[in-house]
Design a binder for this molecule. Structure first.
Ligand SMILES: *[C@@H]1O[C@H](CO)[C@@H](O)[C@H](O)[C@H]1NC(C)=O
Ligand SMILES: *[C@@H]1O[C@H](CO)[C@@H](O)[C@H](O)[C@H]1NC(C)=O
Ligand SMILES: *[C@@H]1O[C@H](CO)[C@@H](O)[C@H](O)[C@H]1NC(C)=O
Length: 309
């Protein structure tokens, strides 16, 4: 029964993704800027109804405010306004109504590792990211910006974030990040990319540096950093070096304790699941095939699901 329902659900999602992709593709202009997502109201409200009944149960609490009200608050923040002058404060009413209490020790921040961070968080089961909360879930991967004339939002083109300082969506994510950080409790985690030669793992002008770290409260005890590295590529930065020293200083200056790990096993296994043929994963593969000496206890049985999944 459960299987069948899951199947139907998966096919439904696939169908939605297909429809969605065609819409999104049709909205790309030659320079790659998109306009406001088509049917944004329906997408937003539909996600909201879905979240209420099927998503993140029981990891995150439900919100009392109705989906239509949330949409109105969200839409009011940017509609009928120039796209480059939306203050963070405009989204405050939405952020307050959609806010959820966050589970202690389970908040995960991330920079430049969107996909890995969400896999690692296991969609709220291991850790909770901003995109798992209702606030972020409703806005995730959609595009929006306002215009002064009807219908109040620009369907042809929205500016890129770096085109203007207070771009409609950037202001939203800034305000949302700030609110998310203010609600974190206990030990918080931060996942960073240590493999990019062009971008330090920690930057003071990242969302974490600008909006999240400065807004952590006394309810937070420790910042636990995970530096992940692309398999088979040089490790540009590791814990205790480069920008991670700056991060350690910034965290400690705010009175939190600091711990940093390079590619903990859970993360390494996730990376290997996506790229099992990489040189760095071959050791694990050989081990599983019994080609290396090991005690029987360590060797996973065939088809046994390891508990880090
Ligand atoms: C939509 O945005 C584009 C790009 O900024 C702009 O040229 C156009 O005038 C906007 N449309 C309206 C109706 O404001
Ligand atoms: C939260 O972050 C914002 C943006 O950096 C900053 O202006 C504000 O002072 C911070 N709030 C607190 C309580 O530190
Ligand atoms: C495994 O152990 C045996 C005996 O201890 C040894 O002869 C063999 O070379 C080892 N194999 C590997 C791959 O280390």
């Amino acid at each position: 029964m459960v299987m069948i329902r899951t199947r139907v659900f998966a096919v439904g999602i696939l169908f939605l993704i297909m429809i969605n992709t065609s819409i999104v593709v049709s909205q790309y202009d030659p320079e790659g800027h998109r306009g406001t997502t088509e049917n944004i109201k329906e997408v937003f409200e539909g996600r909201c109804w879905d979240y209420d009944v099927t998503r993140y149960l029981p990891d995150l609490p439900r919100v009392d405010t109705g989906c239509e009200t949330l949409w109105k608050l969200f839409f009011k923040a940017f509609s009928y306004q120039p796209p480059c002058a939306v203050a963070l404060e405009n989204y405050q009413p939405y952020l307050e109504e959609a806010a959820q209490a966050l589970p202690k020790d389970k908040v995960l921040f991330w920079s430049s590792v969107f996909s890995l961070a969400h896999q690692y968080g296991d969609y709220g089961q291991r850790y909770v990211t901003l995109e798992d909360t209702l606030v972020g879930y409703l806005a995730n991967s959609i595009t929006w910006c306002g215009q002064s004339i009807e219908p109040g939002y620009n369907v042809t083109r929205c500016p890129a974030w770096d085109d203007c300082p207070l771009e409609a969506a950037e202001s939203f994510w800034a305000g949302a990040s700030k609110t998310f950080a203010q609600r974190a409790k206990g030990e918080v985690s931060l996942m960073l990319d240590g493999s990019n030669p062009e971008k330090p793992a920690y930057r003071r002008n990242s969302f974490f540096g600008k909006f999240e770290l400065p807004n952590l409260t006394k309810d937070v005890t420790r910042v636990s950093v995970i530096v992940s590295h692309v398999l088979d590529k040089p490790k540009v930065e590791v814990c205790g070096e480069g920008s991670l020293l700056l991060l350690e200083a910034d965290v400690k200056e705010r009175g939190f304790s600091y711990v940093c790990k390079d590619d903990p096993l859970v993360v390494l296994h996730l990376l290997c699941a996506s790229d099992p043929n990489s040189r760095e994963c071959q050791l694990v593969v050989n081990h599983a095939r019994g080609q290396l000496n090991s005690t029987k206890k360590d060797t996973p049985l065939l088809n046994e699901v390891p508990d880090f999944f």
